[in-house]
Design a protein around this ligand. Structure first.
Ligand code: ZL4
Ligand code: CA
Ligand code: ZN
Length: 397
């Protein structure tokens, strides 16, 4: 009736607290928590809720956030409001709220917001630990830039680091994979001194025609963690820098080739996959040319490794396409195939109507919607894969 077929049997859980939707970063800020409302509506309209276990996790506590973050930073974060914020204050600037950036605004309910998305990532990790789920999903998380005492790039608390810390209580080796268009620098840095977490990020890297590096400016191919041979974290990070306009075929090949090799060599006991949707074509901040099914093929690839998996959100700045992608990827997890025609009874249908090539459908053609020419040549990508393979040889087996 919903166009839903479900041949495979994975235990999938969906961790979502709807209170997270109602937070606003400020008018015209690219990060829009209401994209999660759209995502949930699509997931429900296809009937996917009947194929998963649904959880409404409680917010994470101060002490839980202190698994990773400095208590002084958390105290500041828990007390700051738009009313009491002092932009000239030295702590305000030191903790990443200052500058002319506006990337990390102080908004109403900020502490509630960070506790909610982190609580959902923790709930997902716990479900793997008690073996309740093979795959646990939290689309509200994935805030990969936050550092232990610094807000950065729309991220205040690093829910991914905290979820990985929980997985490390039972698993010897955890693989972190990041397909957000931005470099997963916060997660990489948090685990730079351990060999129990391997971090792999695919991202846009480079300098634009005005001389500005693409945020956060790190993640070149030669950045593979500490160089000191005595440091256990040496060679346990792999970065895949990509140029503007990469297409479906190239990205799928790159992702499958490199990720398979990492899984084969590192043999992780659990995987955390950050599925930022800003790597889609037509994203407000991104530069790639990926379609929804190419992005989703990365989830299929990771699922095929058959390891316990936490799947989390991240960036994504064209809300209707974020919702389409995460709905499709939820279906991939449960093994369902969805009709291209959107169910007609969905509450937010108008959000998916009136587009030139996406009117009323789940899978619009996103290739070149923002006219980013493909600057990635096949020979350059082959060289990149060669270098990645060479980097992997430095990791002890
Ligand atoms: C905005 O319109 O590259 C913030 C940020 C706020 C509202 C009005 C304020 C206008 C684009 C971005 C001033 C905007 C100044 N408003 C933005 C070096 C920068 C300094 C800030 O997906 N200016 C900084 C961060 C990146 C920079 C990307 C991705 C997160 C994730 C995981 C984080 N910061 C240059 C930009 C706007 C804004 C419009 C913006 N910020 C675009 N890219 C950035 O990886 C969730
Ligand atoms: Ca990335
Ligand atoms: Zn991003």
């Amino acid at each position: 009736e919903y166009g839903l077929e479900r041949p495979q049997g994975y235990n999938v859980s969906f961790h979502y607290n709807p209170h997270v939707e109602y937070h606003h970063f400020g008018s015209s800020h690219p990060m829009k928590p209401w994209r999660l409302t759209l995502t949930k509506q699509l997931v429900l309209s296809y009937g996917l809720e009947y194929t998963m276990d649904l959880y409404e996790p409680r917010p994470a506590s101060f002490n839980e956030l202190a698994i990773f973050h400095d208590r002084e930073y958390l105290s500041y974060l828990s007390e700051i409001t738009p009313q009491n914020a002092k932009p000239d204050d030295s702590q305000y600037i030191a903790y990443g709220f200052g500058g002319d950036s506006n990337d990390c605004p102080v908004f109403d309910g900020l502490w509630n917001y960070v506790s909610l998305y982190t609580g959902a990532s923790m709930s997902a990790a716990y479900n793997l630990l008690n073996k309740q789920s093979d795959i646990a999903i939290n689309w509200s998380g994935g805030l990969h830039h936050a550092k232990k005492n610094l807000a950065s790039g729309f991220c205040y608390v690093n829910d991914i680091v905290i979820a990985i810390q929980l997985l490390l209580t039972q698993h010897q080796r955890v693989l972190y994979i990041d397909i957000d268009v931005h470099h997963g620098d916060g997660v990489e840095q948090a685990f730079e001194s351990t060999d129990r977490v391997f971090t792999l990020s695919y991202h846009k890297y480079g300098i634009d025609r005005h001389g500005w590096p693409f945020f956060p400016g790190t993640g070149n191919i030669d950045e593979m963690g500490p160089k000191d041979p005595a440091n256990r974290g040496k060679a346990h990070s792999l970065n895949i820098p990509i140029d503007d306009g990469i297409d479906d075929h190239q990205y799928k090949w790159l992702f499958r080739t490199v990720t398979s090799k990492v899984v084969e060599k590192y043999n992780p006991q659990a995987i955390v996959l950050q599925s930022g949707a800003d790597s889609l074509g037509g994203d407000r901040l991104g530069r790639f040319n990926l379609n929804i099914k190419a992005h989703g093929s990365c989830i299929e690839t990771v699922k095929s490794f058959g390891r316990p998996l936490v799947l989390i959100g991240g960036g994504g700045y064209t809300p209707r396409n974020v919702a389409r992608t995460w709905c499709h990827e939820t279906a991939v997890c449960v093994g369902a195939t969805l009709h291209n025609d959107l169910p007609t009874h969905i509450p937010y249908l108008q959000a998916f109507q009136g587009e030139e090539n996406g009117d009323g459908i789940l899978y619009p053609d996103l290739h070149n919607t923002k006219r980013h020419d493909n600057l990635n040549t096949d020979p350059a990508l082959h060289k990149l894969v060669e270098k990645a393979m060479e980097n992997l040889r430095y990791m002890e087996g």
